[in-house]
Design a protein around this ligand. Structure first.
Ligand SMILES: CSC[C@H]1O[C@H](OP(=O)(O)O)[C@H](O)[C@@H]1O
Ligand code: ADE
Length: 288
């Protein structure tokens, strides 16, 4: 049974979703293990949503320790077809100021210690990822920023680093030389796995700091981030709420994201081990 249509992943600073009604908690266990926390299900602007605190409530889980597969698979199990993600990021450009919101449309992968696919164990699939973010959903987030009156910039490249330490100055300057806009530690795996799960995915990235590249300014510290996050969290929940209100019921109909696996699975169907078929049935049954 479909328990939610819209998933919300709250990052640093957003550990609950204000405004939810008919709230209930649901623990979801997946073939990939346990998600970060219980899901908080409820209604927001008349829509059924599922909220997950990415690092767990109380911020207990490191970026490298996150079970991204369980988080996204659980969203699929709940029936979610669109995910709105909220994240804190460092700015790599002067023009992106703390408290600005950026809605990235590209990623650069600087992670190295994470499971980033549901496939393997006898099944091979390669989804297209040239456009890693759902453009219609990103547009909804941009409109929502406008509605709420916060600076929201549509498009930009998010560098996803492993962490948990922040970047060295040499790294930060390297990413700037690549033309990247913002840096964080969590969004790339979510985008990859959402694509494999045929779920639309877009992020609102809240700028909290200038990382460590800006001459004459202090390097990023967590207390600096927390101070800005407190300001941002209120705006972030307003933006998410406005986005949910603006999402048409048929939002995902006809979107390429929901057919991402159509031509992706290479493996001879007869060669896929039964156990793997069972594990991935929610994702692959329609293509077997
Ligand atoms: C709080 S500083 C670093 C931390 O913040 C970001 O988290 P999230 O993406 O979940 O908002 C960044 O990715 C790091 O995990
Ligand atoms: N400067 C930064 N680097 C990586 N992740 C971040 N999250 C918030 N600020 C960050």
């Amino acid at each position: 049974m479909k328990k939610a249509e819209i998933g919300i992943i709250g990052g640093s600073g957003l550990y609950a979703m204000p405004g939810l009604t008919n709230v209930r908690e649901e623990r979801v266990t997946t073939p990939f293990g346990e998600p970060s926390d219980v899901f908080v299900l409820g209604e927001l602007e008349g829509r059924n949503v599922a909220f997950l605190a990415r690092h767990g409530r109380g911020h207990r889980i490191l970026p490298s320790e996150l079970n991204f597969r369980a988080n996204i698979f659980a969203m699929k199990m709940l029936g979610v077809d669109s995910i709105l993600s909220v994240s804190a990021v460092g700015s790599l450009k002067e023009e992106h100021k703390p408290t600005d919101f950026v809605i990235p449309d590209q990623f650069i992968d600087r992670t190295f210690a994470r499971a980033s696919t549901f496939f393997g164990d006898g099944i091979v699939a390669h989804v297209a990822f040239g456009d890693p973010v759902c453009a219609p959903l990103a547009n909804v987030l941009k409109q929502a920023c406008d509605t709420v009156g916060v600076v929201g910039k549509l498009g930009g490249t998010y560098v996803c680093m492993e962490g948990p330490q922040f970047s060295t100055r040499a790294e930060s300057n390297l990413y700037r030389s690549w033309g990247a806009d913002v840096i964080g530690m969590t969004n790339l795996q979510e985008a990859k796995l959402a694509r494999e799960a045929e779920i639309c995915y877009a992020t609102v990235a809240m700028v909290t700091d200038y990382d460590c590249w800006r001459e004459g300014h202090d390097d990023v510290t967590v207390d600096q981030i927390v101070a800005v996050m407190h300001q941002n969290a209120d705006n972030a929940s307003k933006v998410v709420r406005a986005a949910v209100a603006a999402m048409p019921a048929e939002m995902t109909k006809g979107c390429a994201c929901v057919n991402a696996l159509k031509y992706a699975i290479l493996t001879d169907r007869k060669a896929i081990p039964e156990e793997t078929k069972q594990k991935l049935s929610l994702l692959i049954d329609k293509y077997l």
